[in-house]
Design a protein around this ligand. Structure first.
Ligand SMILES: [Zn+2]
Ligand SMILES: [Zn+2]
Length: 319
């Protein structure tokens, strides 16, 4: 199983600014410290292998869209249709080379940052393509149609070329979709959201975004520990720092880096991936939150180590 992140920012897509780019370039020149490169390839190799992560990468960008690729499968699996669905669609079209695709979408919920990429998802316009949009919400189809209704978008939903089907899932019940086992689980979020537990060939991936946790509620914490149990990777809503999450931003429907570590430790999960980054946070702040989570994990580690990463557009994780 391979996880590929197409969109990792929460609430609204963000782009690097000109000032951000200049800052990264200036830092790269300082780190190169007078070295010269005869070719683009030499310079590229230096950038790829020797420069700091924060100079060569940026966290977030597009809003949520995460692909799960199964080895040998001829269907696509993807969580949410945030703005990352646009580059995901380009990838699908290129890989298919004109053959129609079958795409299975799993929707956490229908807030705008999770559906906004669908009108820009190329395969939706390609006749012969099959798109099955899975979710637990009754309003799923209504929300997709609504965002493409006049006067907000020039192309309405009905004329789309693909064959689009909405499939209702039941919470806490395992379903099999194209060889992948998927179990949705209710999460605390305005209008409800659902996390997904994906299982295939002995590997487990959890997609749990837009989810607030009240760990003082033991039953709730244990419910999530059970849902995350033994996962190889947990993609987790870590929009805020812990201090924000429990004070000013309590009840805003999101969680923190530290709560992610605690729940993954309870669940004996192997790898926590911080996700749904706050749009106001720049790369330095996000790197700080990642370091804080790693420090907390080291300090509270008991019998097993938990790997902690922060998601960025383009990240791939092989399970
Ligand atoms: Zn969101
Ligand atoms: Zn939301």
């Amino acid at each position: 199983m391979r996880i590929r992140f197409w969109g990792t920012r929460g609430s609204i897509p963000v782009a690097l600014t000109a000032a951000d780019v200049r800052d990264k370039l200036a830092q790269a020149l300082v780190q190169a410290s007078g070295r010269t490169f005869a070719t683009y390839e030499e310079a590229h190799a230096f950038a790829s292998s020797e420069l700091d992560f924060s100079i060569t990468h940026t966290f977030g960008g597009h809003s949520p869209c995460v692909e799960i690729e199964l080895p040998g499968a001829n269907e696509y699996f993807v969580c949410d249709m945030g703005s990352g669905a646009r580059p995901f669609g380009v990838h699908v079209m290129a890989k298919q080379a004109r053959a129609p695709a079958t795409v299975n979408v799993f929707m956490s919920h229908v807030h705008w940052d999770h559906i906004m990429g669908f009108p820009f998802f190329g395969p939706a316009y390609a006749p012969g393509t099959k798109i099955r949009i899975h979710g637990v919400h009754d309003v799923l189809e209504h929300a997709f149609r609504l965002q493409q209704s006049p006067p907000c978008f020039p192309v309405e939903f009905d004329p789309l070329g693909a064959d689009i089907e909405f499939v209702k899932l039941t919470a806490d019940k395992p379903h099999t979709v194209g060889g992948l086992t998927v179990t949705p689980h209710l999460q605390l979020h305005s209008g409800d959201s659902y996390g997904y537990r994906f299982e295939h060939a002995g590997k487990v991936a959890i997609y749990s975004t837009d989810s607030e946790h009240k760990l003082e509620n033991r039953a709730e914490a244990e419910g999530f520990a059970k849902f995350f149990r033994g996962a190889d990777v947990v993609i987790f809503d870590a929009m805020y720092a812990l201090a924000e999450a429990i004070s000013v931003k309590a009840d805003w429907g999101h969680s923190s880096n530290i709560v992610g570590v605690e729940l993954c430790q309870m669940a004996h999960a192997k790898h926590l991936v911080l996700f749904h980054h706050e749009p106001a946070n720049n790369d330095a702040t996000l790197e700080g939150l990642l370091k804080e989570a790693r420090r907390f994990e080291e300090l509270t580690r008991t019998d097993h180590a938990l790997k902690v990463s922060a998601a960025y557009d383009g990240l791939e994780i092989d399970l």
